[in-house]
Ligand binder design. Structure first.
Ligand code: PBG
Length: 334
């Protein structure tokens, strides 16, 4: 940014442009609209597991019927996309993760349910093995090692079935090397040339994912941590290299995850690459904000402000569990 030229006081009184709502609106530099939101939802196949997730107050695991209702709600609120996360039967999780590419797994059934209900709503999916992995990891584990290339081959199978089920946008969140190129190549070859990839490019090994792991039933399962594949929270340069690599391999859009603690990465990615850039306001961020709001420690405005900050930092959109609430608030304001 060039150094601003600013007249000395009193010629310059910055408060002139803060005086009334109309003038403040005129000079507002960014805004949040429903078009900027992607709504992550959880779907369960386990009888009795539907309902509120205790570490994410206000967020529920949905049945397939619930997913259809959520899709209709998203469309009504002009939210362009939802992102589906499966909570699958614990007893069907294996070390080889073959349910990940079963056309009838709960994730793929949810894709089809949304597409039948609201065909125009964009459906994003998660590409990683953790919902179907007995040990809770995103990749195939053998003798304690998360195997890269074997995992990529499994992810390709998973992706093709998701594309077949009607997914519009695939979200590889696994952080294996080479997955974007492999996925793009396989999609092209199978005739899914219009299916887009939103890469979880700069995904950090964060402790802010805890409530999500409760939501998908991975908490008790995870053996060890994900530090051998997710980025060290200390590393900005490495995150930039991840984004460069994923774009070079064919990612259409990129994501920074988590969100608010990583706004410096969002800004750097947008400035450096100019690609469509998204942030994931993850489960732990949601839990912190929503917990404080429900306790009366923060006002509801904190929710909206948090999303505005992503826009200010250069993000084109935000994956956020607040999506329906925010879109409702925006609709009520209009
Ligand atoms: C795993 C995945 C995670 C999230 C999205 N996909 C968790 C993890 O990496 O352990 C986290 C999302 C959130 O915390 O809201 N494939």
């Amino acid at each position: 940014m060039p150094t601003p030229i600013i007249a000395p006081f009193p010629a310059s009184r910055l408060r002139r442009l803060r005086r009334t709502p109309a003038i403040r609106a005129m000079v507002s530099e960014c805004d949040v609209t429903p078009a900027n939101l992607i709504w992550p939802i959880f779907v369960t196949e386990v009888a009795g597991a539907e309902g509120e997730i205790s570490s994410m107050p206000g967020v529920e695991r949905l049945t397939l019927d619930g997913v259809k209702r959520a899709a209709e709600r998203a469309a009504r609120l002009n939210i362009p996309a939802i992102c589906i996360f499966p909570h699958s039967d614990q007893d069907l999780k294996t070390e080889t993760c073959e349910r990940a590419w079963d056309p009838d797994n709960i994730g793929n059934r949810a894709i089809r349910a949304v597409k039948e209900t609201v065909p125009d709503l964009a459906v994003m999916t998660d590409i990683a093995l953790d919902p179907y992995n007995a040990n809770g990891h995103d990749g195939i584990v053998v003798n304690g090692e998360i195997l890269n290339d074997e995992t990529v081959a499994a992810l390709v199978r998973m992706a093709l079935v998701q594309a077949e089920s009607g997914a519009d946008i695939l979200g590889p969140s696994d952080m294996m090397d080479g997955r974007i190129g492999a996925l793009r190549g396989a999609l092209e070859q199978a005739g899914h040339k219009h299916v887009a990839i939103l890469s979880y490019a700069a995904k950090f090994a964060s402790s802010f994912y805890g409530p999500f792991r409760d939501a998908v039933g991975a908490s008790g399962r995870l053996v060890g941590d994900k530090k051998t594949y997710q980025v060290n929270p200390a590393n900005r340069g490495e995150a930039i290299r991840c984004v460069a690599r994923d774009l070079a391999e064919g990612a259409d859009m990129v994501m920074v995850k988590p969100g608010l603690p990583y706004l410096d990465i969002c800004r750097a990615v947008k400035d450096q690459f100019g690609a469509p850039t998204f942030a994931y306001q993850v489960s732990g961020e949601y839990a912190m904000l929503e917990g404080a709001i429900r306790n009366g420690w923060l006002s509801r405005d904190a929710m909206f402000e948090s999303l505005l900050c992503f826009r200010r930092a250069g993000c084109d959109g935000i994956l956020t569990y607040f999506a329906p609430l925010v879109a409702e608030a925006i609709a009520a304001r209009a």
